[in-house]
Design a protein around this ligand. Structure first.
Ligand code: PEP
Ligand code: MN
Length: 337
């Protein structure tokens, strides 16, 4: 349910409403509109009568929040969600770039990548310390040592850190080092992990599952939002189709669809979306033209010797060229980069 408060509603009216819904085992989530406050009331047993809320002081009206998702929906929050990641704003006019290797392999590799992507204009460094690999015999990441290297790269290059967390019990450790917690495609429906990153109150980059519908994707975001963590970034990274010329099929449609259904920022991963370095630039341009708020791109100083995803990783000079190419595209759609 969506409770629309009167424009002169007092703080005490809002507090009273929040306490009231709790007695029905529901939670109220605030969204500030230009002239008034709205409160999304959600819960497993949303058994409160509409009329019971309508009669509370300060309430203007109560509407049903229909549809499968609530807090991620435009009905709950009309304005785009915008927040800062270590100083860089996401969700506004500026398009943000996150870049770096698939995995942290060594101190030298990561520092080289960090300085290169920073120079090209990235605001965040990506790199996995815990890698969810399809095969148990593939490189699984450096673990905590990788996190320490990421922290050093943050200081040296002045970049925010985006890194993946693969299990709920790892969240306390990874959040000590990360500015943004990444939930990978394979874990998009790991509900214990979604709850744990929700409780962390760190910004979360949520990647779309390999074969997930947009409805399932937004419901995964809903888990995080419902734990009172509003800082969720949706990431389209390609889905599985019958096509085999590319690793995945980047669903360009998902960008305008997500932007119309939800207020959350949307970033695109053209690296996993294509799986091939030669297609990354074209798909990046398309993503920005279609309305993405940012890109997350794999960049490796020596992709031919990368321990994971070398074939889709750009060399530093290729990333630099890409950023230059993207600027006019961003301007053409009224954005800056
Ligand atoms: C990654 O970002 O390196 C990764 C494993 O991505 P995904 O979860 O989208 O496959
Ligand atoms: Mn990768």
């Amino acid at each position: 349910m969506l409770v629309v408060m009167k424009k002169d509603a007092k703080e005490a009216h809002i507090t009273n409403l929040l306490t009231h819904v709790q007695t029905f085992h529901c939670r109220g989530h605030l969204s500030q509109r230009r002239i008034n406050t709205v409160i999304g009331v959600v819960g497993e047993k949303a058994s409160i009568e509409q009329s019971c809320l309508e009669s509370l002081e300060g309430v203007e009206r109560v509407e049903a929040l229909s549809g499968p998702f609530k807090l991620s929906s435009r009905a709950f929050k009309q304005e785009d969600t915008e927040f800062s990641i270590d100083g860089a704003r996401i969700g506004g006019k500026q398009i943000i770039l996150m870049a770096g290797p698939c995995a942290v392999e060594s101190r030298a590799q990561l520092l080289q990548a960090a300085l290169a992507v920073k120079k090209a204009g990235a605001v965040a460094l990506r790199g996995g310390a815990f890698k969810p690999r399809t095969s148990p015999y593939s490189f699984q990441g450096l673990g905590e040592e990788g996190l320490r290297i990421l922290a050093e790269a943050r200081d040296v290059a002045g970049l925010a850190i985006v890194t993946e967390v693969v299990a709920p019990e790892q969240v306390p450790l990874v959040m000590q080092y990360a500015d943004v917690l990444q939930v990978g495609a394979r874990n998009m429906q790991n509900y214990a992990l979604l709850n744990a990153v929700g409780d962390s109150h760190k910004p979360v980059l949520l990647k779309r599952g390999l074969s997930s519908t947009i409805e399932e994707f937004l419901n995964a975001a809903e888990y995080i939002l419902s734990r009172n963590n509003p800082r969720v970034i949706l990431c389209e990274r390609g889905i599985r189709t019958f096509e085999t010329s590319t690793r995945n099929t980047l669903d360009i449609n998902a960008i305008p669809v997500l932007k119309s259904l939800s207020h959350l920022p949307v970033v695109v991963d053209p690296s996993h979306g294509t799986g091939k370095r030669e297609y990354v630039a074209a798909v990046s341009r398309a993503a920005i033209a279609a309305g993405a708020d940012g890109l997350i791109v794999e960049v490796h100083p020596d992709p031919d010797h990368a321990l994971s995803d070398g074939a889709q990783s750009l060399r530093p000079e290729e990333f630099m060229r890409l950023v230059k190419e993207l600027r006019p595209v961003a301007e053409a759609v009224g954005r800056t980069l």
